[in-house]
Design a protein around this ligand. Structure first.
Ligand code: GTP
Ligand code: MG
Length: 217
């Protein structure tokens, strides 16, 4: 390789890595109240042990940039914290639509595993319907860039329920009630990414999950 060609490659790589840091990718993080969305936002901002969040998020917050770096790879994301109570689900729609979110993360926890709490399944159905429909509420037809590139189903609070689980996370029973919705998204051409995290205690898992979504989907 000539010196000129080598120099051109180095410059191109430097420009590309700068572009990845400057250009922000829109992520939408949704999920029911107390699933850990605000905790996940803290983790994306601060990287490390995050405080216990005791306040519920009200409405939709302004989207802010977060730099995610792992294994020499760096990307900038934009996310907006939003409340998880059902009165705020319409705000999820506004966020998804306005920012043309490219990657959705539906954050869940283990509350449904004892069998008598359905709120996460209801929220998941709401979100899957919203994403799969050809029209936005109000009737405007969606364009191709109104659909996300991928939807992550991230099971949070692994420190509480996933101890000792070392198999493929996709096979964990925590995802079972959500599989029908995943197949609807897949039929629509939208891949799904099942992943297990602890937003409060494990920053590396969080960062790795974000990179996987960006690089593999
Ligand atoms: N053990 C454990 N607790 C967590 C984890 N992530 C979040 N929590 C706790 O779960 C509770 C709810 O977390 P939030 O981040 O406030 O949940 P949210 O989804 O933002 O809730 P809303 O704002 O009401 O929508 C807090 O007490 C967190 O400390 C985790 O990975 N492990
Ligand atoms: Mg919150």
């Amino acid at each position: 390789m000539s010196v000129v060609a080598g120099f051109a490659i180095v410059v191109t790589e430097a420009v590309f890595s700068l572009w990845k840091k400057v250009h922000a990718i829109n992520f939408g993080i949704y999920g029911v109240s107390k699933a850990g969305k605000t905790t996940l936002h803290h983790q994306l901002r601060t990287r490390g042990e995050v405080p216990n969040i005791s306040k519920r998020t009200v409405g939709l917050h302004r989207a802010t940039r977060k730099l995610v770096k792992i294994d020499g790879d760096a990307h900038t994301l934009k996310t907006a914290d939003v409340g998880g109570e059902s009165k705020y689900w319409n705000e999820w729609m506004k966020d998804l639509r306005k920012r043309k979110v490219k990657y959705v993360i539906f954050l869940l926890d283990n509350r449904h595993l004892n069998g008598n709490n359905m709120e996460q399944q209801i929220a998941w159905k709401f979100l899957v319907d919203l994403i799969c429909k050809d029209k936005w509420p109000g009737g405007k037809k969606k364009k191709s860039n109104d659909y996300p590139l991928a939807v992550g189903l991230w099971a949070n609070k692994a420190d509480l329920w996933a101890k000792g689980f070392s198999k493929d996370p996709r096979k964990h029973e925590i995802f079972d009630p959500f599989r029908y919705g995943m197949s609807l998204l897949n039929d629509k051409g939208i891949p799904t990414h099942q992943y297990i995290i602890s937003a409060k205690t494990d920053s590396e898992m969080v960062y790795r999950g974000i990179m996987t979504m960006i690089n593999d989907y």
